[in-house]
Design a protein. Structure first.
Length: 352
C-alpha cells in the first residue's frame, strides 16, 4: 500500500515582525556590520514574517517597552510558557483550514512535529484533548529535529498507513521560532535569526488514494558537518547556530554521485518536474537549484513561501506541499529538506 496526503491546512499568526526585527537588529550593529546586515536583509527575498507575540500593550512593537522583548531577554521558562499557550492555538487554526479542504473525522493516529518548544503533557496530548479525540488515539511526537522534521512526521504516517489500511493519520507541524530571538551584536547570529518565523500546518494521511502519493523516503548526512546547524538550549531560549558555510556545503555535496543517487534514486536530475524544497533561505534554494542545474522557475513555489512567510522550520515544507496541492494539477517530483546534521531528508511524490 501507498500512503497519500489528502489535504494540508496551514496557519500563521497575525502579527508581522520582519521589518521590526530588521530595524531592531541593525540597531545592535555599527559601521560596516550594520551596512552589511541591511544589505543582506534586503537580499533575503523575504517580504514578511509573522509571530505569535502581540505588539506592546503600551504602544509599539514586540521590542518596545511592554513587549515580550521590551526589557531584559525573557528566560527559557518564560518562552516555554508562551509556547504552551500559543502553539495549540496556532495548530487549531491550521486544522480549521484543513477541515475546509478534507474531512478530518475518524482520526486514528496523531503525529506532531515541533522543535521550538517543550511541554508536558505534550503538545500532542494538548491537541488531542482540544480536538476532543479519543483518549485511546495513538500519538507520536517528533521533537527537536529541526527543518526536516516534517519529513520524519510524514514518514511515520507513511509506515502507519502502509501497515493499517484503515488508519487515518492527522499530521501536525508547529513552530514558534520567534520565541527564541537573541540579543546579539554578532552579524552572523542576527542574519541567522532574520530567516525564521512562526507557522503551523496540518494534514490528513491515509492509504486511500487521494491528493499526493508519498514513497521512497531517503536520508543522507553530509560528512563532518554536524557543527554547521545547531540549536543549543540556553537560559534565554534556544540559541541557533547557522553557519554561512551551509549553502556552499550543500552545493558541493549535490555534486557527489552517492548523495545525488540517494536523493534522486534512479532518476536523472531533470526528470522530476516538481521540486518541493524546504525554503530555508534564499542561498539554500540557490544552492539546490545550482547543484541540480534546475530551470530558473523550478523552485518558484518554495521561493514564494519564503517571500511570504519566511523559514518556519518544520512547517515550511508543509506550506510548500500545500501550495502545490492548491495548483490542482498533476504532480511528479521530490520533496527535500535540510537540517541539523547537516542532513538531507525527503521523499518522492506524485499525484494519486
Amino acid at each position: 500500500m501507498t500512503a497519500h496526503i489528502h489535504a494540508i491546512g496551514t496557519a500563521v499568526p497575525p502579527n508581522a515582525i520582519h521589518q521590526t526585527f530588521v530595524d531592531w537588529a541593525a540597531g545592535r550593529l555599527e559601521g560596516r556590520d550594520r551596512a552589511l546586515f541591511r544589505r543582506m536583509a534586503s537580499r533575503s527575498a523575504i517580504e514578511e514574517r509573522y509571530t505569535v507575540l502581540p505588539p506592546s500593550p503600551l504602544g509599539g512593537s514586540q521590542v518596545d517597552p511592554g513587549g515580550f522583548y521590551g526589557a531584559a531577554m525573557p528566560s527559557t521558562a518564560e518562552r516555554m510558557g508562551c509556547y504552551a499557550r500559543e502553539a495549540p492555538e496556532l495548530v487549531l487554526r491550521a486544522i480549521d483550514d484543513l477541515s475546509s479542504r478534507a474531512p478530518i473525522g475518524d482520526v486514528t493516529h496523531l503525529v506532531v512535529a515541533s522543535c521550538t518548544g517543550f511541554v508536558a503533557p505534550g503538545i500532542d496530548q494538548i491537541i488531542a484533548r482540544r480536538l476532543g479525540l479519543s483518549g485511546s488515539i495513538e500519538r507520536t511526537l517528533v521533537g527537536f529535529m529541526g527543518c526536516y522534521a516534517a519529513v520524519a512526521a510524514l514518514r511515520v504516517a507513511h509506515h502507519i498507513a502502509r501497515s493499517d489500511e484503515k488508519a487515518r493519520i492527522l499530521v501536525v507541524t508547529v513552530e514558534l521560532c520567534s520565541l527564541h530571538m537573541q540579543d546579539s551584536g554578532d552579524v552572523g547570529s542576527l542574519m541567522a535569526q532574520l530567516q525564521f518565523a512562526d507557522g503551523a500546518a496540518a494534514a490528513i494521511v491515509s492509504a486511500e488514494p487521494a491528493g499526493i502519493a508519498i514513497d521512497r523516503f531517503f536520508a543522507a548526512t553530509l560528512p563532518e558537518s554536524d557543527e554547521l546547524i545547531r540549536w543549543d538550549i540556553g537560559n534565554e531560549g534556544f540559541v541557533m547556530h547557522l553557519s554561512g558555510e551551509v549553502p556552499v556545503r550543500i552545493a558541493a555535496a549535490l555534486a557527489d554521485p552517492a548523495l545525488r543517487r540517494a536523493i534522486l534514486g534512479d532518476r536523472a536530475a531533470d526528470a522530476p518536474t516538481d521540486w518541493a524544497v524546504h525554503a530555508g533561505g534564499r542561498s539554500i534554494l540557490d544552492a539546490v537549484q545550482t547543484g541540480f542545474d534546475l530551470p530558473s522557475d523550478a523552485l518558484a513555489v518554495s521561493r514564494d513561501i519564503l517571500r511570504r512567510w519566511g523559514n518556519m522550520s518544520s512547517s515550511t515544507l508543509m506550506f510548500v506541499l500545500a501550495a502545490m496541492l492548491a495548483q490542482n494539477r498533476p504532480l511528479d517530483g521530490l520533496a527535500v529538506a535540510f537540517g541539523p546534521g547537516l542532513a538531507a531528508e525527503g521523499f518522492a511524490l506524485r499525484s494519486a
